[in-house]
Design a binder for this molecule. Structure first.
Ligand code: ADE
Length: 240
């Protein structure tokens, strides 16, 4: 998979993409990210990428010309084009899974008070938000999308870091984890985890996940796949 990012701050992404799991995956060629500097496509003599809004109002609006030309110069057949914006459909693990099946995605990072609507009409039919809050620009949102998508690409996570077992894949929040020492300042690791009975450990983890989900995000229980044992456990919690 290749992800192209149109931005006026390519260095902001470059730093974040060089580290950790995503950095290693890019180095190994498991997927590609191409950072495209919108300013390089500006036909304006000062290489401006924004101007005052028609109709007045606060802030600046990103010019259509550099965005449309940057997009055209980097277009590919079958490319999925997405403008990152708080107006968009909200990103969920389901959307991440859908994006991870694409072969090429182009992300547009906006700034200022927005992007000339004509650039969106001409090049970016889809908008995606990472949540109901407003960032100063789309770069951090692009990084969120790239990070979440990359970890579903085969080989990016080691087999020991499988993505199958976690929140929003099981539909439940995750159970608590512990590592050494067994006793940390008087707080002991739950006995069941050190006894080596894997059936009991799996049941305990499942029940912890159900309990935490019921406390913090009860609405997830309406859609999570639950079996009869899970339902019996939840009924027992109700009776407590
Ligand atoms: N740009 C500014 N705020 C954003 C958000 N919440 N999601 C995606 N892009 C954005």
């Amino acid at each position: 998979m290749r992800i192209k990012v149109l931005t006026i701050f390519p260095e902001m992404l470059r730093a974040a993409l060089s580290e950790s799991i995503v950095g290693r995956a890019l180095e190994k060629g498991l997927f590609e990210v191409e950072l495209i500097d919108i300013r390089a496509y500006s036909q304006n003599k000062h290489k401006n990428t924004d101007d005052y809004p028609f109709g007045g109002g606060a802030g600046m609006v990103m010019l259509a010309q550099p965005i449309v030309d940057a997009c055209a110069a980097n277009a590919e057949a079958g490319q999925r084009r997405i403008y990152l914006s708080p107006r968009g459909r909200t990103l969920t693990q389901g959307v991440v899974e859908e994006l991870s099946r694409e072969t090429e995605i182009m992300l547009l990072c906006g700034h200022y008070e927005g992007v000339d609507e004509r650039a969106l009409e001409m090049c970016f039919p889809e908008e995606l938000s990472i949540g109901d809050y407003v960032l100063t620009g789309g770069e951090l949102a692009a990084l969120v999308v790239i990070d979440a998508v990359s970890r579903l690409i085969p080989g990016v996570l080691g087999s020991s870091q499988s993505a199958d077992d976690e929140s929003f894949t099981t539909g439940l929040l995750e159970y608590p984890q512990y590592t050494r020492p067994r006793d940390f300042r008087g707080r002991e690791v739950p006995e069941v985890l050190v006894n080596g009975n894997h059936a009991l450990i799996n049941r305990w983890r499942r029940e912890q996940a159900l309990k935490i989900t019921r406390q913090r995000r009860p609405e997830l229980l309406e859609t999570a796949p639950l079996d009869e044992k899970d339902r019996a456990f939840l009924r027992a919690l109700e009776e407590e």
